[in-house]
Design a protein around this ligand. Structure first.
Ligand SMILES: [Zn+2]
Length: 227
């Protein structure tokens, strides 16, 4: 009832184009969904720019990213909105949309668990939520795959831009730790993050997982990546 009143007074608008949403549309209109800048990397399962970021650094099975992230494009606007404007449910909605498309292409075949990259508690306390957990929840809603939280941020990782890629690659571990790694043995884990730029955060997270649970197989899916 309260939601109905709010929607009547302030009709929801599309996060992409700002037009009023129609019945059945949720956060984003059908036109903007169809116009999202898809990478289609999942059509290149042997070699794509996401695979290239991690090849030779740690063992993994699949790596892809759904959308291109370019400063000022719709992807950057969506991510900025769910990250900084207290709209975590938008992340859940976008995660579900991504999963619907990836499911059609078989990306979740053989995956046992979804694991969002965690935030350090100080950042989480500041923002109140971790948007990547909401992305993971949206994926879980579509795929029925369980979300695990064994990975945690042991110390605050420094801003992605503060250090060179060479510096970060030289010292990739230490930011993440793994709880109960025995639970992960022999499973296939899909590691989720919102944006992949250099890949440094995912390298740290996946290296920690691989070190703690060497028999676990890893795959990577991010909502977006830079070109
Ligand atoms: Zn729109």
């Amino acid at each position: 009832m309260f939601r109905l009143l709010i929607d009547t007074l302030f009709p929801p608008r599309c996060v992409g184009c700002g037009s009023y949403l129609l019945a059945g549309e949720d956060y984003i209109c059908l036109q903007c969904i169809s116009d999202l800048p898809r990478t289609l990397y999942y059509l290149q399962p042997e070699s794509n720019p996401m695979i290239d970021r991690f090849a030779g650094i740690f063992p993994f099975e699949r790596a892809t990213s759904w959308l291109y992230y370019i400063h000022g494009n719709i992807t950057s606007h969506i991510i900025h909105t769910f990250k900084y404007h207290r709209q975590p449910q938008l992340a859940r909605r976008i995660g579900a949309l991504m999963a619907e498309e990836m499911t059609m292409n078989g990306y979740f075949y053989d995956i046992d668990y979804i694991m969002p990259v965690p935030q350090h508690w100080t950042r989480r306390m500041h923002r109140g939520y971790n948007q990547t957990e909401y992305l993971a929840d949206g994926i879980s809603e579509v795929t029925d795959l369980p979300v695990l939280d064994n990975l945690y941020a042991a110390r605050r990782h420094r801003s992605q831009t503060a250090f060179s890629l060479a510096e970060r690659r030289a010292n990739p571990t230490g930011s993440f730790s793994v709880h109960h790694p025995d639970q992960l043995s022999d499973s296939h884990i899909l590691v989720i993050d919102d944006v992949c730029t250099t890949g440094a955060t995912l390298i740290e997270a996946c290296t920690a997982l691989h070190t703690a649970a060497p028999t676990a197989r890893l795959s990577i899916l991010t909502l977006a990546s830079t070109i």
